[in-house]
Design a protein around this ligand. Structure first.
Ligand SMILES: [Ca+2]
Ligand SMILES: [Ca+2]
Ligand SMILES: [Ca+2]
Length: 666
């Protein structure tokens, strides 16, 4: 805000004329710059008549400026001299009128981000609002419903302060980008989304958008079926005369082809190249025929250089029911869109599915579900960071769900190449990642990581950095994260941690990015359980962070270190009001929380079996009904209030990893 004092000659309107007891019968004869001002006696007349000598009259807020809106301040005036010739009085005051221009919001155009099955998202650039008091409330309803439901307000983003991490997507000259998601929606459903911008300084406006979630990809009717069997060339593709070998099939592929690949091993010498794109109505499908295992085999190991399947700059290519193995890179599709990878097994590899570089507009809409990715790492970590990764994608509108990932470095590897935004990672079952379970590193806006089960990792979920966010990380189960459940390094900015359950050996929650900044991270209703040290230990410079209503247990030293200050107890931290603005932290005993009696890991070098990890709360646990309401993130809570952690008491358990049932075909 740059206050720019301005001498205002507020002409005596009716009330001020009234101070001097003037009559307005001849007001129309007035001339000069005051002549157009209203002259009828106003509501202040009686008040001003009653003014004593030396008393002051509150004139209330000035009328809204037609361009900049309502001013923040109030104007005050004393009893003043009446200029009889002008039939009015002057009011002199100083107001920060110059600030109005910057403090009022000047909303730009709302951008609807690519929708996913369960989430909708927007970006909304706002200029002005230098005093950062604008809020954008969100409401939504199914089209046709009467009742609106509350969403979580849009998040004001703050660009990464690190000079090496420029973030054009969230930088708005003279303002801020707001962004946010609505989660847990039904697929293939039309919604109305109402965004209400409130700024007391002006610019308030409401916008309603028609938006629609997408559906899980289904094979369109009318595909041309072409059969494939092992062999070396020839065949027509008919059931009785299949194409022999995959090079023949890949070379012949056209939009609308569905290759049914019959059982057997298909050796690959040079990479199988996808050379043409499908379309939404006519994808190109390579699918195991269902008569036995189909193994596409590069003949090597994770260390054998090269690709197994390559499809740069292609779209609408499907790989289903296949086993892919024997190359460093199994499937690479940079600058591609709308690939479907479903029910496949990736093994004997370093990188499973890699698709980046295209950026926000080009890399769109990959659907990666019900697959298994197996790398070559072992627990515990002994070799530093290893290159194995199940998935590496960037761009927007992706869904990565119900996959199993194991023996990797990173389950999902983040990348600085390509503006990951508006994408979902959910219900994945991830165990033994010697680095990170799911990375959202370098993601820009509206990435959602939820309902995953993650065990035996260095970090559960990383955002190092989130480039503005919001990155919503919610309802994940994280067991045995040897460094921290969440990695918030590299000047991260814009993370929301809601309803996660983490049990680890050591301090319950450590945020230790040396002395980098950690900006605009909010934490609510999480369970952080450990075995030692402090409940919460941060070494970063914590800015604009808002932690509240988390449960901590199992620590043995003082409560927290935050911005260099030590808080001996949770009450000290709450009293100080820096970490906790409202309820503060809840202290819990890990021994009493879970129905199975599960404890934090006693030995982090043990590989805990992920399917054994039952983190449902005990009915009498202190975490039950101990949370706060977070609109759209815990509306369906049981009992009096939301429980802390990922699993609400009595709620049905999520399914993690590949689903047993097959999606319907036409
Ligand atoms: Ca404002
Ligand atoms: Ca990593
Ligand atoms: Ca509850």
């Amino acid at each position: 805000m740059k206050p720019s004092p301005l001498f205002l000659s507020l002409a005596a309107a009716g009330p001020l004329a009234g101070v001097a007891g003037a009559r307005d019968s001849d007001a129309r004869k007035r001339e000069g710059f005051l002549s157009a001002l209203p002259s009828e006696p106003g509501p202040h007349l009686e008040k001003s008549k009653a003014l004593a000598e030396g008393a002051w009259l509150n004139l209330g807020a000035p009328a809204a400026d037609p361009q900049w809106g309502k001013a923040r301040g109030r104007s005050w005036s004393c009893r003043m001299a009446f200029a009889s010739k002008l039939r009015g009085a002057f009011l002199a005051c100083v107001a920060s009128h110059g600030a109005l221009a910057e403090d009022a919001s000047q909303p730009g155009e709302v951008l609807a981000e690519p929708a996913t099955l369960h989430c909708l998202a927007v970006r909304w650039p706002l200029k002005g609002d230098a005093n950062e008091n604008a809020v954008i409330e969100v409401q939504y309803r199914r089209t046709g419903d009467r009742e609106w439901r509350r969403g979580f307000p849009l998040v004001r983003t703050f660009a990464d302060p690190h000079p090496q991490n420029p973030t054009p997507a969230v930088r708005v000259a003279g303002g801020r980008m707001f962004a946010g998601s609505i989660v847990d929606l039904a697929p293939a459903t039309a919604y109305e989304v109402k965004l209400a911008l409130h700024d007391p300084d002006g610019g308030s406006v409401e916008k309603t958008l028609a938006m629609q979630t997408i559906t899980e990809p289904r094979e369109p009717a009318g595909m041309r079926v072409r059969h494939v069997a092992p062999g070396e060339g020839g065949g027509t593709g008919a059931a009785g005369d299949p194409l022999r070998g995959l090079p023949a099939a890949f070379a012949a592929a056209e939009a609308g082809d569905c290759f049914l690949i019959h059982k057997g091993t298909y050796p690959v010498q040079s990479a199988l190249e996808v050379k043409v794109s499908g379309t939404a109505a006519k994808p190109i499908i390579f699918r195991g025929a269902g008569d036995g295992e189909v193994v596409i085999d590069g003949g090597g190991t994770h260390a054998t250089k090269g690709r197994l399947i390559s499809g740069n700059a292609t779209g609408h290519v499907w790989l289903e029911d296949l086993i892919l193995q024997g190359r460093q890179y199994l499937v690479v599709a940079h600058e591609s869109s709308h690939w479907v990878i479903r029910r496949c097994t990736f093994r004997e590899m370093e990188k499973g599915f890699t698709a980046q570089n295209g950026g926000y507009e080009v890399s769109r809409g990959h659907f990666i579900a019900d697959n298994t990715f197996i790398g070559g790492t072992h627990w515990p970590r002994t070799k530093g960071i290893e290159g194995f990764a199940g998935i590496g994608i960037s761009g927007a509108g992706h869904v990565v769900a119900y996959n199993r990932m194991e023996k990797l470095g990173d389950g999902v590897h983040g990348t600085g190449h390509g503006n990951l935004s508006a994408s979902d990672f959910y219900n994945n079952d991830i165990s033994v990642c010697t680095d990170d379970g799911i990375e959202t590193d370098y993601a820009e806006t509206n990435v959602r990581v939820f309902r995953n089960r993650i065990a035996n990792v260095a970090h559960g979920v990383t955002a190092q950095p989130a480039m503005g966010g919001p990155i919503y990380i919610f309802r994940n189960l994280i067991y045995n994260a040897t460094y921290s459940p969440f990695k918030l390094h590299n000047h991260t900015t814009g993370v929301r941690l809601f309803h996660n359950t983490s049990l680890r050996h050591g301090g319950p929650f450590v945020i230790q990015p040396s002395s980098e900044t950690v900006t605009n991270v909010w934490s609510r209703n999480n369970l952080f359980l450990g075995t030692a040290s402090r409940a919460l230990h941060t070494t970063g410079r914590m800015r604009l962070c808002n932690f509240d209503s988390d449960g901590y247990g199992g620590f043995t030293e003082g409560f927290a270190v935050w911005n260099g200050r030590t808080y001996k107890t949770a009450d000290d931290a709450r009293a100080d009001g820096v970490i906790y603005h409202e309820r503060g932290a809840l202290l819990l005993d890990p021994n009493t929380l879970f129905a199975t009696g599960l404890q934090p890991p006693s030995d982090p070098s043990v590989e805990y079996k992920i399917s054994d990890l039952d983190l449902r709360l005990k009915a009498a646990a202190g975490a039950v009904d101990a949370g706060v309401v977070i609109p759209n993130f815990n509306d369906a809570f049981d009992g009096k209030a939301p429980d802390l952690g990922a699993l609400e008491l009595h709620a049905s358990l999520p399914h993690y990893g590949p689903r047993p049932s097959q999606p319907p075909r036409p």
